[in-house]
Design a protein around this ligand. Sequence first.
Ligand SMILES: Nc1ncnc2c1ncn2[C@@H]1O[C@H](COP(=O)(O)OP(=O)(O)OP(=O)(O)O)[C@@H](O)[C@H]1O
Ligand SMILES: [Mg+2]
Length: 377
Amino acid sequence: MQQNILMSDETLFRDCSIFDGEHTPEQFRFRDTQLSRIAENIRPAFHGARPLNMILRGPPGTGKTTSVKQVFGEIEGTTRKIIPVLVNCRRNQTEYRVFRRIYEAVFHQKPPVSGVCVQSLTETLCGELSARGAVLLICLDDANFIFHDNLLEKVLGTLLRLYEEYPGIRTGIIVTVSNIDIPVAGLLSPSVVSVFQPNEIYFPPYGEGEVRAILRDRVRAGLYPDVVSPEILDSIVTETMRCSDLRMGIALANRSVLRAESAGRRSVSAADVVASVQEAENQHLKSIVRTLREDERNMLGAIGTLYQQTGEEMISGDLYRALQPQVPMCYTLFFERLEKFRNLGLIKTYRPPKRGNTRRIVLQYGSGRVRDVCSAR
Ligand SMILES: Nc1ncnc2c1ncn2[C@@H]1O[C@H](COP(=O)(O)OP(=O)(O)OP(=O)(O)O)[C@@H](O)[C@H]1O
Ligand SMILES: [Mg+2]
């Protein structure tokens, strides 16, 4: 009896960092094809030539960022003639911030504070790249966060044309996106498309067996034996498949263990998993809402409140009118924000037959939860 009770100074985690969102797994399986295609596209840079541009496309949690980190890690350990820079577009949603991030990665320091614009950052950057004779390899990670306001076009336009102003500069660009239904080229002008010419690499969702193997690796590496039984692992796998996002599965495993631990038990119960599903989903929603601007968050929250009263979907024209009292805006802005929500997986839009530009707008999370998360500070 005593054996099943956890002492207050005991833990179920062998290493809790294994469940961190930022953790790079020791075993990165099922992505050999994608990794070798990325490496192939980068290979010219090892000979001083321009690497091929790429788009890594796949639903959330399919290993795009992890693949890039893995390849970038190997480059950093091999050569100084390629400077890889991972730009997290969730955290850097303006042109200036993207270039500041690149500057920081190249110089290992922040740019001088006053009077610095994108142009002067690129000038200094290009001077340094020429002096080092290095190729710049940039990953615009989660680029769907800069689809709005023509930002991706601006950033790519500047990066891809650096060689025109600064001859000899070589850059390669990797764009990762998690929307599988939006063609990136459709967001770009023909002049940018013609220099971008990306190779597309697809990251398919993991199948059930793959999810089980990945989660089992994490459980083995992060927890003491028998904390998660094979049956509990199965139920975590089932929930992961339902959300079709591995990240949710990792968060769910973590939360279920924390729950068992705080109840003083030595193993996770089925009830721990059930109770943690909602928390894990909330966490996921919160991480997206945190990246929205205040006006966007207000609009999304207002949609949550409305849908609570009217049901879980509305037609775009009705939604626009219903939102006006709380969040006045013009029609163009309304559609721009809807587009952004769609890019972030917050809503889905459907075009009813024979209704012109009308869309059905469906929230991807429960309306009450959306309202609560958007109103929480
Ligand atoms: N093949 C794998 N083996 C082990 N862990 C993996 C694998 N693929 C993904 N993961 C883990 O799943 C989580 C999500 O992976 P990652 O961040 O690479 O996904 P992503 O495709 O970039 O998702 P998003 O589109 O949401 O940015 C990370 O914790 C990562 O370590
Ligand atoms: Mg990612």
